[in-house]
Design a binder for this molecule. Structure first.
Ligand SMILES: Cc1cc2nc3c(=O)[nH]c(=O)nc-3n(C[C@H](O)[C@H](O)[C@H](O)COP(=O)(O)O)c2cc1C
Length: 196
């Protein structure tokens, strides 16, 4: 199979990492791949905040999980149904977050990706950027996982230490490291294309 296609098929969300750091040179290659993503009007709205201090990553992980649980518990059944979340899903998510380090999974690198709050295409552009980073990671023998829960970082007491300006929104984080698991492929739905 073509190398790029193989990379796309082989990438998994990896949630267990070896206790091995990732060199700054490799991180730079990942960010450069992210910067090559397309963006609306070529605005390149992304900014990267890279955390490699394992102690700080662990502390944020714990605090994000606590804040996420509080927030999820406040979601009313009506709100949950609007985003297709059943009470089963909600309780599963809460249980999931209660476990040890289930936000950043012991990864040695967390890349927070932000875009200006005013940029209407920010979420899509940063999503494309994130995918480039994850595929580049795979190509370099690294693993990754996108972490939407990272959005709760704004409520962490040490959030200010990341120096993210108020005008920016944390869209998501990508965790990166040397994976210590080989997750099964999640089956993909296929009945979602309409030829016209
Ligand atoms: C926008 C987005 C947010 C995600 N947030 C999380 C998260 O907070 N925690 C997590 O463990 N996985 C998260 N994931 C990973 C998905 O669960 C995963 O990609 C999906 O189950 C498919 O598995 P695969 O990536 O191995 O194919 C997220 C994925 C995306 C695209």
């Amino acid at each position: 199979m073509n190398e790029i296609l193989k990379n796309i098929y082989d990438r998994r969300a990896v949630r267990k990492y070896k206790n091995v750091s990732v060199s700054k040179d490799l991180i730079e290659i990942l960010l450069d791949a992210g910067r090559m993503a397309p963006s609306a009007m070529n605005r390149q709205p992304w900014k990267f905040y890279v955390l490699t201090d394992v102690k700080k990553i662990k502390a944020f992980s714990k605090e994000i999980a606590e804040n996420a649980i509080k927030e999820i518990k406040h979601v009313s059944p009506k709100e949950a149904s609007e985003v297709n979340l059943s009470s089963f899903h909600l309780s599963t998510m809460i249980n999931f977050l209660k476990n040890e380090d289930h936000v950043f999974y012991g990864a040695p690198v967390v890349i927070f990706i932000t875009s200006p709050k005013t940029d209407e295409w920010g979420a899509i552009d940063t999503g494309m950027c994130a995918q480039n980073i994850m595929l580049a990671a795979k190509a370099l023998g690294l693993d990754s996982c996108p972490v939407g829960f990272a959005r709760f970082i704004t409520q962490a007491k040490d959030y200010y230490k990341l120096n993210i300006p108020d005008e920016e929104q944390v869209q998501l984080a990508i965790i990166v490291g040397y994976g210590d698991e080989q997750p099964e492929v999640h089956e993909r739905m296929e009945n979602n294309a309409v030829y016209l």
